[in-house]
Design a protein around this ligand. Structure first.
Ligand SMILES: [Zn+2]
Length: 84
């Protein structure tokens, strides 16, 4: 009987990041830190000790891409480009 080594990967919104305090890769929580006209800045907090282990910037363009992809996946509406 062979046992396959299984690694546990859970699908969180953000992946694990290395935490200096915990000295290990820890699952992180995403927190909206700052909203700017053209981008949003997210902070990643270690779920173990609560300290910030990183940040991410989401530009307006990236957000639009994500929204467009979500719209494509749901396939509710189809927008036809109008050429004049
Ligand atoms: Zn930590």
């Amino acid at each position: 009987m062979s046992q396959q080594p299984q690694q546990q990967f859970e699908n969180f919104t953000a992946s694990s990041l290395y935490c200096d305090k915990c000295k290990a890769a820890m699952p992180v929580r995403e927190r909206l830190l700052l909203v700017l006209p053209d981008k949003e800045i997210y902070d990643y907090l270690c779920t173990g000790c609560g300290s910030s282990v990183g940040s991410r910037e989401v530009t307006a363009g990236e957000k639009m891409m994500a929204q467009a992809m979500a719209a494509q996946q749901s396939r509710r509406r189809r927008r036809v480009p109008i050429s004049l």
